[in-house]
Write a protein that binds this ligand. Structure first.
Ligand SMILES: Cc1ncc(COP(=O)(O)O)c(C=O)c1O
Length: 442
């Protein structure tokens, strides 16, 4: 593990909200305020910081000082514990500024000459995304969101009467309703793989899919992490099963892209979708669609507009969507830089650390029912729980109105989805708030 200085130096200047020098000043200020450094350290440059930190314990994933400085990259409202990454994430300042700057630039000079750079920025972003996801650039399309990416697969994969598609009943409407509506048009049949809300093992999930496959199944699709139960699906095993049966496998990555370290080549899926505005903390209304090179011939584009060319290369054929929000698309590169700088494995570890603290705390409260497993192999950043006999909607509203904790109400359940801008202190706040409501009622 790197110490504070090495870690700061490994983060490129441009990803930080402030200059590295100012950042170090702030960090040193924070340490001084916490009584860890002497007050005079507040204005120290990197050199002095290194001296001061030499005797300090090595930073690890649990070092709150580092994560407080990461939190500082976001313009979150003071005191707000935002735990709604499954729905929408804020962008760090550097990404937000990039969107603003490119938008301003375009509005200042919308000529073809000035806008020419956006093509290059899009390619730059594509390469960085491919690097982060364990794919090649030609396998990545930059689309508008997961819904569009999922629908590109359900519209573009050729199916006829007699064919079958295997869905999971946990899938999001953009991946289940879309298949159902299109089955009415094309006449294929849909089957569902179902398993317990809180499965006990990977085998239990794989068995549900294996049992539901038939010789007519042409495609199967499931969500990597469920937005309704929080289960982390065994993607590698399910992709291997699909391959064994000659079935195309589409993975909905809305709840994993930007949250988990992803290696698509190792996962072995045929396609994967994600939204930049969720865990990736990127620009709004931008998403990704990965289609494995060998499978691109099996998936037709559903929108064909500029900049289509008959010799368009690779997955770019899925993003000829007409005029885009150029500033937002260009900011995908900056967002990828942010993830690369912190490290996707460190992002995942921190996100899991906070989610685990919430689950452990809630699990000790009498009456609270956790739907999401405590097992790392069966869970990720989405935490679903039932607050005992309390009315979930009221609890969810009170969490925000009285405790400034923003989650999501999910029928009888509450969903909390923390990310790297959350602290362990905020995890404690959640547990204390729910404990208080259980005692006092709402
Ligand atoms: C699993 C899953 N898939 C797809 C989506 C749709 O995402 P978007 O609205 O960004 O297209 C969501 C949204 O919450 C989701 O949870």
């Amino acid at each position: 593990m790197a110490n504070v200085e090495t870690l700061i130096e490994s983060i490129p200047e441009h990803v930080w909200q402030v200059s590295r020098r100012d950042f170090i000043k702030r960090l040193a200020g924070g340490l001084a305020a916490a009584g860890i450094l002497g007050g005079s350290a507040a204005a120290s440059p990197l050199q002095k910081m290194a001296e001061k930190t030499a005797g300090m314990p090595k930073i690890d994933i649990g070092d709150e000082r580092f994560w407080l400085s990461v939190k500082d990259q976001f313009i979150l409202k003071d005191g707000l514990a935002l735990m709604n990454a499954a729905n929408l994430c804020p962008s760090p300042y550097s990404v937000m500024e990039t969107v603003f700057q490119y938008t301003r630039d375009e509005d200042t000079d919308a000529s073809f000459f000035n806008r020419e750079k956006f093509g290059r920025l899009q390619e730059d972003a594509r390469s960085k995304l491919a690097y982060l996801l364990g794919a090649t650039a030609d396998e990545i399309a930059i689309v508008r969101n997961t819904s569009e990416a999922n629908n590109t697969i359900s519209s573009g994969f050729v199916l006829k009467e007699g064919d079958e598609v295997l869905l999971s009943d946990l899938n999001h409407p953009s991946n289940n309703k879309a298949w159902e509506v299109k089955s009415r048009r094309y006449g294929y049949k849909i089957n569902y793989a179902t398993f317990a809300k809180t499965p006990k093992s990977i085998d239990e999930i794989v068995k549900a899919f294996r049992d539901a496959l038939t010789p007519q199944t042409r495609l199967m699709t499931f969500t990597h992490v469920s937005n309704t139960t929080g289960v982390l699906m065994p993607t590698k095993e399910l992709c291997a099963l699909g391959r064994e049966r000659g079935v195309f496998v589409h993975v909905d990555g809305a709840q994993s892209f930007g949250a988990l370290k992803i290696d698509l080549a190792a996962m072995g899926c045929d396609s994967y979708s994600g939204s930049a505005h969720k865990w990736f903390m990127g620009p709004k209304e931008v998403g990704i669609l990965y289609v494995r090179k060998e499978r691109q011939k099996d998936v037709w584009p559903s929108i064909v507009s500029i900049p289509w060319r008959d010799d368009i290369v690779g997955a770019r054929k899925y993003e000829a969507l007409g005029q885009r929000d150029d500033g937002a698309v260009a900011a995908m590169g900056k967002t990828a830089d942010f993830h690369t700088a912190i490290g996707p494995d460190r992002v995942e570890a921190r996100m899991r650390q906070v989610a685990t603290a919430i689950k452990e705390g809630l699990g000790k409260l009498p009456g609270v029912e956790l739907t999401t497993s405590m097992e790392p192999a069966l869970s990720a950043g989405v935490v679903i729980f039932k607050p005992g006999m309390l009315h979930a909607r009221k609890v969810y509203e009170r969490l925000y109105s009285h405790h400034l904790i923003a989650g999501a109400g999910m029928g009888p359940n509450i969903r909390l989805s923390p990310h790297i801008y959350n602290t362990l202190g905020e995890a404690d706040r959640v547990v204390a708030a729910i404990s208080e409501m259980l005692k006092d009622g709402v």
